[in-house]
Design a protein around this ligand. Structure first.
Ligand code: ARG
Length: 216
């Protein structure tokens, strides 16, 4: 499994170990298939190349299904609905939604859908790219940028850990997460069967509840 473990609650380090929704979900899928799971941490934009070259059998990284990525990899059935949200300073009264981001400095994690969509909508010159989502949030905290666009669950974790920031109610984009595979990989169908079983028998909900449910 190729991932980028900078994305709580989907994948993050607990000590030396990579844990989170994707890590546990993938472990449960591997168990169903009688396979051994090995997790490799890498930059987010290295995941698709790793899968394409066969260095990894699949990618699990809160990865959004997009038309462009579908040209490069095959996706499993989707397993979670994500939202790109906007984080600003708590005392910011000017930016209340996507419309007010025009001409502002926007921080994103390199290669994510937040990066891709914001570059399209607001222009390359206004986008600051960071290796980790949390680095973008730190830059916002330090006043170096005006806003961060990132997925809702990591946003909540980061804002909780950082004083003086808020998530805007008006979200930016809604999307679906899936696991990615090399094109025409025989694994996809087997994994989809496992996903269906794990949803059916309650395992999937239990994993989500462990990392998200309890905090709401
Ligand atoms: N959902 C977004 C995307 O697919 C962000 C995923 C970032 N994941 C990560 N593990 N850093 O582009």
């Amino acid at each position: 499994m190729a991932t980028n473990a900078e994305f709580p609650p989907y994948e993050f380090y607990e000590g030396e170990e990579i844990v989170g929704i994707d890590a546990e979900f993938a472990a449960a899928i591997a168990e169903k298939l009688g396979m051994e799971l090995k997790i490799e941490d890498m930059a987010f934009d290295s995941i698709i190349p790793a899968v394409q070259s066969g260095k990894a059998d699949f990618g699990a990284a809160g990865m959004t299904v997009t038309e462009d990525r579908m040209k490069e990899v095959d996706f499993s059935d989707t397993y979670y609905t994500g939202r790109q949200v906007i984080i600003v300073a708590e005392d910011n009264t000017e930016i209340t939604g996507p419309d007010e981001l025009v001409g502002k400095k926007i921080g994103v994690q390199q290669g994510t859908t937040g990066d891709i969509y914001a570059t399209d909508d607001y222009g390359d010159e206004n986008i600051e790219r960071y290796n980790k989502g949390f680095e973008a949030v730190q830059a916002l905290k330090q006043g170096k940028i005006d806003a961060v666009i990132i997925d809702d669950q990591p946003a909540q974790t980061f804002v909780k850990e950082t004083e003086g920031l808020k998530i805007l109610e008006t979200e930016y984009v809604e999307e679906e997460y899936a696991l990615c595979f090399k094109k025409d990989s025989e694994l996809v169908e087997k994994v989809n069967d496992a996903i269906a079983e794990l949803k059916e028998d309650g395992t999937f909900d239990k994993i989500i509840d462990k990392y998200i449910g309890g905090e709401k």
